[in-house]
Design a protein. Sequence first.
Length: 182
Amino acid sequence: MKKSLILILLTIAAISANSQNTTTSDKSTIKWFTIQEAEKLFTQSPRPFFIDTYTDWCGWCKKMDKDTFTNPVISEILNNKFYPVKFDAEGKESVTFLGQTFVNDGKYGKANQLAVALLNGQLSYPTVVFLFPQKDGKLASAPFPGYREPKDMEVLLSFFAEKAYDTQKLDDFQKSFSGKVK
């Protein structure tokens, strides 16, 4: 009886220690927002949105969660330079963004209207979307479909975080880019 109580206490201590390792103070943990939370934060302090458009059934989406979004360099850039959003493209709930309500009414198969809008009708998962303010105050959209390794994601994130899009093309930026991910 005493041994089982000790085992239970050790198990609880192990679970508690593991949960402390997954807090947002961990450099490799991304603080994901809902699109509504990100919009509210954006109105207070503008910075680009990074929207990970995924589905529950997408194997490449899960691989990117596991391999790319756990990289400490990637999570640091996302947490400090963007409003990172996870958006289930086939979610059933309606979503209000920029004063417009988007629904999943079956018109676009299983996709929510917001996914269709963000991906310019090209429903491919995963797709990361950058929404960034232009000089006129409007938001521009840049979707990038497909799985990205950490090294490739760092290039994209840096391109938008540094506002390099104002002065050069992504291909030119990539040629001279030297990142932290090896």
